[in-house]
Ligand binder design. Structure first.
Ligand code: MG
Length: 169
């Protein structure tokens, strides 16, 4: 594996931990509004991001690559409405997709078919993440301005339970 790909994989571990941090920040914001369902949803989302970080770490370990941890960035988004974090999350997932695509591109250029195959799972995952994030925005816009609508959205997001990733290394 070439150094460029190894560097991008190592950076992705940090980016996934940052995503977890961002989603916990969002969970804290919703908790402060007593929207416990939304808080639950993003707490579980953070667990998923931590899982992603561990998958990148395991993949590097399995390939005999040195893993280097860097400082995780401070989540510095400002939230002033129930909608704000949903928009931030949707934008963030598109950014993460672009990161996965960049690693995929480097793997393709480096004829690193093993890394491309590993990343396929993340390509599919990002489609789902973007779809879910966009749907949370549109459902809030449709139902969230009505208190009963917001209450039932919050109830629904409170039902989300953690499931381990389908990719096992
Ligand atoms: Mg992720």
């Amino acid at each position: 594996m070439n150094d460029k790909i190894a560097k991008l994989l190592n950076e992705q571990i940090n980016k996934e931990f940052y995503s977890a941090y961002l989603y916990l920040d969002i969970a804290n914001f919703y908790d402060s509004l007593d929207l416990d369902g939304y808080a639950n949803y993003y707490t579980i989302q953070a667990q998923e991001e931590r899982d992603h970080a561990l998958l990148f770490m395991k993949y590097m370990q399995n390939n005999g690559l040195k893993v280097t941890f860097e400082a995780i960035g401070k989540p510095d988004k400002e939230f002033n409405s129930v909608l704000d974090p949903l928009l931030v999350a949707a934008e963030h997932e598109r950014y993460v997709t672009s990161l996965i695509n960049d690693i995929y591109h480097a793997a393709h250029e480096g004829k690193d078919y093993r890394t491309m195959k590993f990343l396929d799972w993340f390509v599919d995952e990002q489609m789902e993440e973007e779809d879910n994030a966009d749907s949370m925005v549109s459902r809030y816009k449709l139902f969230g301005s009505d208190p009963k609508g917001l209450y039932s959205l919050d109830q629904e997001y409170g039902q989300r339970i953690y499931t381990a990733p389908s990719l096992v290394l």
